[in-house]
Design a protein around this ligand. Structure first.
Ligand SMILES: [Zn+2]
Length: 305
């Protein structure tokens, strides 16, 4: 069993044919691990861009890849062919966060239309695995953690590594994998990239639904029960769409309690995420004394299958 940890360095470059900036891959680094998770081979190629002769100052500073070094590299197609030869026996490929996968897709779509594609069988997001382990140890920050930050929390010294060069990032990742590896958890996190929806899922961008008549919306989600007595309510006015929320005032059919109901829908690849909120009713004329006992906001989040 062999594993690969892959890391890419990319520069944001204006791509004229598409009239937009793209994350242009300019270096591929990887380490190969045996089943004991020891590094048994390494890979590093710098890519000579086919669309630009210069790298940005920021990129050169961060990665050490100057325009001269970039121009001395090999073409992207060749780099991917060599990489695929390097990792041909690997069952699982890992990257630090799946942003590398997005960049791979973009670069393949733009520059490798007919050429080879990155060979990835099973895929695991190493950042997720490491962050899960850190959470077990009491680390609570929910934001995505940087490679350096995670290494520090795991007491792994990166002094001897040139971080932000692709190969050394991979070497640091290999140490973190070893520190966090548990077979069962690892196996459960490996995704099969050969499934037809694997890349569709990555390409899909979640979006908020702004049309109340959208067919994805279950009409029952637009109803609210009274937060005071649990009875049916009536909507007093049509919904308005404000800042990703559908907002309307409601009135209880039993106790006459009035409140402001809010519901938001976000379409993801697999489902529709629904959020409800109950807020204080604000009379358009003057504030009614009754309303001061209203809870400020009750938030309910749920996923619809
Ligand atoms: Zn009521």
């Amino acid at each position: 069993m062999e594993y690969i940890i892959l890391d890419l360095e990319w520069d944001s470059i204006f791509y004229k044919p598409e009239k937009r900036f793209v994350n242009h891959i300019l270096q591929i680094g990887a380490v190969k691990l045996n089943e004991n998770l020891d590094v048994i081979d390494t890979f590093s190629e710098t890519i000579c861009s086919q669309i630009t002769t210069k790298v940005s100052g920021r990129f050169a500073k961060l990665t050490g890849i100057t325009s001269e070094k970039m121009r001395a590299g090999i073409p992207f197609v060749e780099a991917v062919e060599r990489y695929n030869e390097f990792c041909k026996n690997a069952e699982v490929t890992m990257t630090w966060s799946n942003s590398d996968l997005y960049t791979i897709i973009e670069n393949q779509d733009l520059f490798l239309k007919k050429g080879p594609k990155f060979l990835i069988k099973g895929y695991l997001d190493l950042q997720k695995l490491v962050q899960g382990k850190l959470r077990e140890n009491g680390y609570e920050n929910k934001n995505q953690i940087s490679l350096e930050g995670a290494a520090e929390l795991l007491d792994i010294s990166t002094d001897n590594f040139d971080l932000h060069t692709a190969l050394d990032d991979c070497k640091a990742c290999a140490l973190m994998l070893k520190a966090c590896y548990e077979k069962q958890k690892f196996d459960s996190m490996v995704k099969d990239t050969t499934l037809p929806d694997f890349y569709d899922r990555l390409r899909f961008k979640a979006y908020p639904i702004s049309d109340i008549n959208d067919s994805n919306i279950n009409r029952n989600e637009l109803k609210f029960t009274c937060p005071k007595c649990g009875s049916k309510t009536e909507r007093m006015r049509p919904f308005k769409y404000r800042n990703r929320w559908f907002v309307a005032d409601f009135k209880c059919t039993v106790c006459d309690f009035k409140f402001n109901g809010r519901v938001a829908f976000k379409k993801t690849y697999d489902d529709l995420q629904v959020k409800h909120k109950v807020c204080e009713y604000k009379s358009r004329k003057k504030k009614n004394n009754d309303m001061q006992s209203v809870p400020k906001a009750v938030s309910v989040a749920e996923n619809r299958e």
